[in-house]
Write a protein that binds this ligand. Sequence first.
Ligand code: TXA
Ligand code: MG
Length: 321
Amino acid sequence: MSPALQSALAALRRGEAIGLPTETVYGLAADAANPDAVRRIFALKGRPADHPLIVHVAGAQALDDWAIDIPEAARRLAATFWPGPLTLILRKQPRVPDVVTGGQDSVGLRCPDHPLALALLDAFGGGLAAPSANRFGHVSPTTAAHVRAEFGEAVPEVLDGGDCTVGIESTIVDFTGDAPRILRPGMLDREHIQAVIGPVQAGPAADSPRASGTLEAHYAPRTPLLLLARPALAREAAEQQALGKAVQVLALGQLPDATPGLALPADPASYAHGLYAALRELDGRGANLLIAERLPDTEAWLAIRDRLRRSAAGAGGSEAT
Ligand code: TXA
Ligand code: MG
């Protein structure tokens, strides 16, 4: 085992929270069986105590350690897509601490597809409770440097696993209702899930538990963010600049001529991969306003549209602490 893994493992065993690389975003991870360690995560993030955390596990063999009454369809999804960007909400084992689940009788489980995370989970043996490693409401981190920028010395142990390959958070499928339901869209899309288990609902149910990823204002930069269609991008940027405002534009494919900002590739996987780093980069340029180009209205862009819309809703808002 590498010195970095050994040191991360030792920190986890001491009950500390560490920065954990996954394929989606970096997590702020601690021993899921240790309530004090889990409380530390909430304190570091500034997250309300009733927002449940995902427990990261080494594989589908761990399902029964954390959940009961597991539907066959949930097992099939785990067998098909784990390790991968998929979180299953299941009825929890009585031994799962309440602090992990925000007092709910369900638990979120996921096996991350990242070699360092898997090596750490194997060596640790237990589960790791981990939300995204950002302060509550802020943009999720996709590099170790982002995690250090969020927490500094408060989280000394950050396992550097490079850039997250997927770049946005996992798809969450809830199995505690009458029918499976996607609570949070992700890059693993509905079509692929339905191909394995048949029809699934999407969107929060009327009586669904609180999920912070489903709050309207989330994933937000500190600078106000506006979404505009391509034809309006350059014009609005020029008008704002004429008013003396510093503007930065996030464009799709190519930045319009003479417009400050940056562009992300016009395919969903590459765009998702770069989105949060781009928002952080633009947020750091001292602009008064960020303008992002609206994304195509197709299923392939659904999860990314969801994150961008929430970023715009939360930008500059009071939740972006
Ligand atoms: O890709 C991901 O899922 C990343 C990486 C680190 O694994 N994690 C992540 O965690 O996005 P977090 O805490 O930022 O978002 C987890 C979401 C929240 O919206 C939370 O409310 C929801 O999962 N969640 C967790 N347990 C739940 C439960 N028992 N019932 C309903 N929602 C739950
Ligand atoms: Mg999060």
